[in-house]
Design a protein around this ligand. Structure first.
Ligand code: SF4
Ligand code: SF4
Length: 144
């Protein structure tokens, strides 16, 4: 395993992070696992719902099958530095989006607080999210 540098997220650019550092930057909020809706026009706003991917484990507050997520769920997206220009669909609190724009991580980020609790309080577990089903009407669950 490659080692991480102290406060690497402040001293290194996203494209300088090693694998472990890149993974550690994710706060685990799960907000990227919420379904989003967008109209047909390219500049239509992206609307977030509180319907979470059917693979999400609401009890544990994390992906239910992280290792196999790309095989399990069509559309589950690998965040890579090469796709940084697309990060603006992510929540404003997303650590990748923040660091892409050179902004600091929030004080509750696990890398700073040392605890995953803050991310849960600012993420899916605090939203009253519902799990995706075939029957669900996403438009009824828009939250912004
Ligand atoms: S929104 Fe960003 S920080 Fe939160 S779980 Fe997704 S990738 Fe990680
Ligand atoms: S497969 Fe896992 S990581 Fe991917 S969107 Fe679903 S819950 Fe999130």
């Amino acid at each position: 395993m490659k080692t991480t540098h102290e406060r690497f997220w402040e001293t290194k650019r996203l494209d300088e992070l090693n694998f472990d550092e890149w993974e550690a930057l994710c706060d685990g909020c799960g907000l990227c696992c919420l379904h989003r809706l967008q109209g047909e026009e390219e500049d239509d706003p992206i609307l977030t719902t509180r319907v979470v991917c059917r693979c999400y484990d609401l009890a544990r507050g994390c992906c239910g099958d992280y290792a196999n997520r790309f095989e399990r769920v069509e559309g589950c997206t690998q965040l890579t530095v090469e796709r940084a220009a697309e990060f603006d669909w992510l929540p404003e609190t997303c650590a990748y989006r923040l660091r892409h724009h050179g902004l600091p991580l929030p004080s509750w980020h696990p890398l700073i607080s040392g605890s995953p609790q803050g991310a849960k309080q600012h993420g899916v577990p605090a939203l009253g999210a519902v799990l995706e089903t075939d029957e669900i009407d996403l438009e009824e669950y828009i939250i912004d």
